[in-house]
Each structure stands twice: as C-alpha cells, then as structure tokens.
Design a protein around this ligand. Structure first.
Ligand code: ADP
Ligand code: TRP
Length: 335
C-alpha cells in the first residue's frame, strides 16, 4: 500500500503549475493511499529567497490553497517542515552518506553555475549558498523520514527523487535496510506548465498565474500569455504554443482534440484565451471562496497545522529512534 508524500516550498504565491504538477495529482492519489503526508517546505524557502515576510505570508497562502483544494486534515498528515526537527537531524545524517559528486550534478546547482558561466565569471560558485548545494539532501530527509514510497511532483523534481533513492540505498548498504526507496509519480503526458513568457512557471520568476485570484485578475493573467501575431482565420500551430500547453494541462485527450481542431480552423487568440479562462475558472471556482475564507482565518489554519504536526512528530521520532540506533547513537547501557 502506498504512503504518499509531497511538499510545496513557501517562497511565494501558489500558482497553476503547483496545482497541476503537485496538488491536483496528490489529492487524487490520496484516495488510494494507506497514509498521506502533505507539507509546507518552509525551510526550503530560504534557499530561494530570504524575505521573512514573504516566507511567512506564503505559508498561510500555500496551506490555505491545499485546504481549499480539498485536503482533508483528518485523513492526511498536514504539517510544516520546520515543526519536525527530526527532518533536519536526518538531513545531517544523510549528508554523511551523500557524495559531494552527486550534489555537483544537481540541476539546480548546475543552473546557478551556468548563470556565472554566462556572465564570464571566473568563480563558478559565486553567490551560490551551501543551502542550494545541499538542497537534494534536505528533500531526501523530508521523504525518507516518513517511509513514503510515492511522491507526486512535477517533472522538474525527477532528479531529486532519483537522488533520494541513491542516498537511501547508500544508507541501507552501510547500516542495513532502513529506508524504502521512493518513487516519483510524474504524469508522462503532462509537460511542465509554462509561465506567461514561455519559461517554466515558477514562484521565483514573475511569470506565474496565481491559482487563486479574482475572476478579473485570472482573465488578465491569461490575456498576458504570449502568442504569435497570427490573425483570426489564419491556421495556428499547437507546437510551440504556450497557450496550448495550458489546454494540455487542463483537458483530457478527447477534449484536447477539439482544441487542436480550433487551432487548425484558425480560431483567434482572443477566443482561445476566453475558452481557457472558462476552463480554468470552472475548475477552481468552487475552491476560490474556500481559499479566501482560510486566508481570512489564520488561527484556524494554524490549529489545523498544529494537529497534523503532533501526529507527524510522533511518526518522525519513531523513525529517528530507529536511525539513531542503526548509526550507533544510543544509550551507553543498551537501555
Ligand atoms: P516553484 O518553482 O514555483 O517554487 P515549488 O518548487 O514549490 O514551485 O514546487 C512545488 C511542486 O509544484 C513541485 O512538485 C513542482 O514540481 C511542482 N511545480 C512547480 N512548478 C511547476 C510547473 N510549472 N509545472 C508543473 N509542476 C510544477
Ligand atoms: N523541492 C520541491 C520543489 O522545490 C519541494 C519539496 C521539498 C518537495 N521537499 C519535498 C516535494 C519532498 C516532494 C517531496 O518543488
């Protein structure tokens, strides 16, 4: 039976990419899972930005988004990473079975080095924190502490899951069978959702469409999605169309065929954007009111998280006791 786990970094506003890549699949797969853990990756947030009020506001927004989209805190363990100190303890333990070479190959680190390269900087590590470099280990600790075996994520996280498996296997090899090797659950036919500018949609870039905003704001954001300058009546190509990437994310294959037909028939970009707006709006309109109600009631959200944290703490401490024993950190008289 599966133990599902996924997290979202509290470094900004929840966006359509988070919803499509992580929230929606996680909430669907939970139905068939024995146990589930959904959390706010608030210590991960420091890797991406260091504005305390942004991390704080984002925590309420992301928690509210999970709850509004249907997370049931009675069935799912819902918590903040920062409230489970055993995760950071395990982070250290895992650091010692992780080779530096593995971390050298991490996409996020390499991308940061590439920026220095393109600026012709002699120091490739300029401005790169040890936190960014060690990021895959903290993520492995998040996953392994709860014995989770299924991790729904967007395809950008594939390498992190592979690294988690490597790290877990290495630990098991040295200290004996301790960790389950988790699997990423990534939908093959779901490309990463693109931002309005055609790059990956991310909280870190100003290219995202908020998951919850007013209808008017949603319409405005969708209107900003870049298209070419073909007029209504001219045949349009779905290939390289950012807008089509959104239809792929929100429609099944039969419905998508109808959209492809509209492209071939030369539908205008304005009409296609209106169609997309109706589609997205329909999907999230029920959750929108719930989201704003949670945002207006941080005490309630805090209480829900604290309940989940009590349960998560118990499970994490049990696992950590096992791990400490395995590595030889235990009482001197064996009791
Ligand atoms: P961000 O890049 O905005 O900071 P996170 O790193 O917090 O997002 O990602 C949380 C989850 O959302 C991860 O599972 C990630 O793969 C998924 N995700 C983020 N952006 C996208 C996207 N553009 N398309 C699909 N999934 C995404
Ligand atoms: N690193 C993920 C991201 O930036 C968020 C995350 C942190 C996560 N820990 C996790 C996702 C554990 C899944 C499992 O997208």
């Amino acid at each position: 039976m599966s133990i599902l786990l996924t997290g979202i970094t509290t470094s900004g506003t929840p966006h359509l990419g988070n919803y499509i890549g992580a929230m929606k699949p996680a909430l669907e797969f939970i139905q068939d899972s024995k146990e589930s853990f959904l959390f706010l990756a608030d210590y991960h947030s420091l890797i991406k930005q260091q504005d305390p009020s942004l991390t704080h506001d984002s925590s309420l927004k992301i928690a509210s988004a999970w709850l509004a989209c249907g997370l049931d805190p009675n069935k799912t363990c819902f918590y903040r990473q920062s409230k489970i100190p055993q995760i950071l303890e395990l982070n250290w333990v895992l650091s010692n079975v992780t080779s530096k070479g593995l971390l050298n190959r991490a996409h996020a680190y390499k991308a940061a080095q590439d920026i220095n390269k393109s600026n012709n900087d002699n120091d490739l590590d300029k401005g790169i924190s040890a936190g960014l470099f060690n990021y895959p280990i903290l993520m492995a600790a998040d996953i392994l502490i709860f014995n989770s075996n299924k991790v729904p994520v967007g395809s950008d996280q594939k390498q992190h899951l592979e690294m988690t498996r490597d790290i877990a296997a290495r630990f098991n090899h040295i200290y004996g069978e301790t960790f389950t090797l988790p699997e990423a659950m990534i939908s093959d036919d779901l490309p990463l959702l693109l931002g309005t500018d055609g790059k990956k949609m991310s909280k870190s870039y100003k290219n995202f469409i908020e998951l919850f905003s007013t209808e008017k704001q949603l319409q405005k954001s969708i209107n900003k999605i870049q298209t070419d300058s073909l007029e209504p009546g001219e045949i349009k190509s779905t290939k390289d169309s950012i807008l089509f990437n959104y239809f792929q994310a929100f429609l099944d294959s039969t419905e998508l065929k109808l959209i492809e037909k509209k492209y071939v028939e030369g539908a205008g970009w304005g009409d296609l954007k209106k169609l997309l707006f109706d589609l997205v709006n329909k999907e999230i309109s029920l959750s929108r009111d719930r989201y704003f109600n949670f945002i207006a009631d941080p005490t309630k959200v805090e209480e829900i998280l604290q309940e989940g944290e009590k349960r998560a703490l118990k499970i994490a401490e049990e696992k950590m006791i096992e791990i400490r024993e395995k590595i030889g950190i235990k009482s001197l008289n064996g009791k």
